[in-house]
Design a binder for this molecule. Structure first.
Ligand code: BGC
Length: 688
């Protein structure tokens, strides 16, 4: 193959930033990949590629929570929202259904899932993660990969997954998107690598590098990360793609290369196999090889990895492979999406008000209740990467307001609605909200972050509600009527006063097409909430980062001015029934934990049981608790079941000073219960 074709073959370009003629020219040159093409246009480009270069193009897209850049596709809850389900089987089904929709557009690859952990919630991209825990992220992400890729990659219904962003975007100092992170090798291996290891084990065929840097070294050019760890040590046999124009960013934003040519050299030496959107890479790579500065072997190796993926996808035999077009927004996917949204509802507080009973007049206050963009969140046709905020969304979808209005009459309820706020405080809105609320028995207050505050490069300094939302809440509180707060937000927010002033609080984060409907069902008791938080809610923005698996050793143990435990902690989530845990036992020989769980209330419900461990004395400081297993159990009222968790020595391991994963002998504590909150856990000590 001529060098020119090889260089083109490891380049990916954005269809959205060029003319059609240019795209055809690149297809004929043998371009490796286009991103963000939809439907017939992909087919046309493939035809050009096959006729002129004889190598199929792989088409990639950001199908992050469903194929949501296509207006007809199914929009699932955000990744963070879906993490509240603690349900890998469901995530696998979502991956599978999304793969069908992506493939129906003639595309082969999604840049999902995200395996980075959320730490400091000021980061705009928290919604893209599975939350703060490495074990949960690994389990859910691996399931999603299985769904996307299926058992047979060459099937018309399978696409490639992409584990991203390698590595540590959640760790950037001050939660500044793509900024430098101070992570030591040991901590990286102990905390950040494990979910990515699960991605490799699950057979993920592509990885995307992170924009950020670790201790001054950009991840994009970090050969230790990409070559030593990912490829050699973990045995990753797929291909690594840079993030968007990352090669240029080495020049223009990180200043570790003087020009694109030098940056191209660094990126390939660093271990990237595909270069995303840096067009100048093409001529740079050719010149570098001709000048003898870049061994052609490195280009060959990168190309080999990409061609292998194309081969396994079956593209050489079926370059136009495509799922049937009726897969986009298929009725089964819509049904699946309804049940997904149901599992994502998290009830955070309930002071005997929900489910709503009796004859009531309800005032629904809050703009987000009827703004489908807020239910959808980031990475849809409304937002990133080609924002169209005024797009008219396609049905079916149900906002919270619609979900409540649909149900109210059958409960003998009347409903009124006021927007309550816009981006900025407006007295007229507040006055209208207050007069509606005055005539009501119950107020349902919808709040959260607005769409222009979330996602990539949309980091925030404060995590309180918008002043306009807080102002209307204060005015409503003065009426002394019961308030049910529904948080429709991309991530946790610092809302202690709102929680205190509300009789009930619930969220589904960005719950997708049916998030609003599921929240309404929960309010009316048509579903019993079962979601648990995959991420903690701090009291105050200044408490960042807040996560459950902290290290011991903080002399103060808490900030003087806020309580010790987070407002809501990882694993929290209430139900309309109660579950009791009894008879916990641990068999030290087989490392098997068993416990009885009983539904002691009068409504059927699903409990998510969580198992944590602590190494009581260890050579390096280890977390006060760490999740190592979880299980969902559905129980009828009065029903009891004994559930078992088979653990392994590796589950109890740490990464030692020599950066090796080991299990140190000694005393351990196993904890089991319905939340990571200390008061929810039964503890058993044992010696290994
Ligand atoms: C994001 C990636 C995304 C890529 C392609 C980047 O800006 O960081 O997550 O996959 O764009 O759209």
């Amino acid at each position: 193959m001529p060098l020119e074709r090889k260089a083109a073959g490891i380049l990916q370009l954005p269809y959205t930033s060029m003319s059609k003629d240019e795209a055809i020219r690149w297809a004929r040159l043998g371009l490796g990949s286009f991103l963000h093409v939809l439907g017939d246009e992909a087919r046309e480009l493939q035809k050009e590629a096959m006729e002129h270069a004889g190598v199929p193009i792989i088409f990639g897209i950001d199908a992050i929570h469903g194929h949501a850049l296509n207006m007809d596709a199914t929009v699932y809850p955000s990744q963070l929202s879906m993490a509240s389900s603690f349900d890998p089987d469901m995530l696998e089904r979502v991956g599978r259904a999304t793969a069908e929709e992506v493939s129906a557009d003639g595309l082969h690859w999604t840049f999902s899932p995200v395996f980075c952990l959320a730490r400091d919630i000021r980061l705009g991209r928290v919604d893209e993660t599975f939350g703060e825990d490495k074990y949960l992220s690994g389990e859910l992400g691996a399931a999603m990969i299985r769904g996307y890729q299926g058992d047979d990659l060459s099937s018309d219904l399978s696409i490639l997954a992409c584990a991203k962003h390698f590595i540590g975007i959640g760790e950037a100092a001050g939660a500044r998107d793509s900024y430098d992170a101070e992570i030591t090798e040991r901590r990286m291996r102990a905390e950040l690598l494990p979910p990515f290891e699960r991605a490799v084990e699950a057979g993920c065929r592509s990885f995307m590098t992170a924009y950020g840097s670790i201790d001054g070294e950009p991840c994009t050019s970090n050969a230790h990360l990409l070559r030593d760890i990912l490829k050699d040590e973990l045995g990753f046999d797929g291909f690594a793609v840079t993030d968007w124009d990352n090669v240029n960013y080495l020049v223009k934003m990180q200043y570790t290369a003087g020009d694109v040519k030098e940056a191209s050299l660094l990126a390939i030496e660093g271990g990237n196999d595909m270069i995303m959107t840096t067009e100048e890479f093409y001529s740079s790579a050719i010149e570098l090889v001709r000048e003898g500065r870049l061994p052609e072997r490195l280009i060959d190796e990168a190309l080999y990895r990409i061609l292998s993926a194309k081969y396994d996808l079956g593209l050489f035999e079926k370059p136009y492979k495509q799922a049937p077009s009726d897969r986009i927004g298929a009725p089964e996917h819509i049904e699946l999406n309804r049940s997904v949204a149901d599992e994502c509802v998290v009830l955070l507080k309930n002071d005997s008000i929900l489910p709503l009973k009796g004859k009531q007049k309800i005032a629904i206050i809050g703009n987000t209740a009827d703004d489908i963009r807020c239910h959808y969140g980031d990475w849809t046709y409304f937002t990133h990467p080609s924002p169209n905020p005024d797009a008219a969304p396609r049905r079916p979808y149900v906002t919270l307001l619609e979900g409540l209005r649909d149900r109210a009459p059958s409960h003998g309820h009347t409903v009124s609605y006021e927007r309550g706020y816009e981006l900025y405080s407006d007295k007229a809105y507040i006055d209208k909200a207050v007069s509606a609320a005055k005539c009501a028995d119950v107020i349902i207050f919808a709040c959260g972050d607005l769409i222009d505050r979330i996602g990539e490069t949309h980091d925030c300094a404060t995590m309180e509600l918008l002043p306009s939302q807080s102002a209307v809440f204060s005015a409503l509180s003065e009426l002394g009527k019961p308030i049910v707060t529904v948080l429709i937000a991309s991530k946790p927010m610092c809302i202690p006063d709102i929680v205190k002033g509300s009789r009930a609080v619930l969220t589904a984060f960005n719950g997708g097409m049916f998030g609003g409907d599921s929240l309404a069902k929960a309010i009316y008791g048509e579903l019993n909430p079962e979601g648990k938080l995959p991420i903690s809610f701090p009291y105050h923005t200044g408490q960042q980062p807040t996560y459950y698996n902290t290290l011991p050793g903080w002399h103060a143990d808490r900030y003087k001015d806020v309580p010790r435990e987070p407002l809501f902690v990882f694993g929290d989530g209430l139900s309309y029934t109660e579950f009791s845990y009894t008879g916990a036992a641990f068999d030290e020989k087989t490392l098997t934990l068993s416990v009885n769980i009983k539904n002691t209330g009068d409504m059927a419900g699903t409990e998510i049981t969580q198992v944590y461990f602590r190494d009581l004395v260890s050579s390096v400081i280890t977390p006060v608790k760490q999740l190592i297993a979880f299980k969902r159990t559905k129980l009828q009222p009065g029903e009891e079941e004994r559930i078992e968790f088979k653990l392994s020595e590796r589950d109890l391991s740490l990464v030692n000073r020599e950066c090796r994963r080991v299990t140190e002998r000694g005393e351990f504590e196993i904890m089991v219960g319905g939340s990571s909150r200390d008061t929810s856990l039964t503890r058993i000590r044992f010696t290994l």
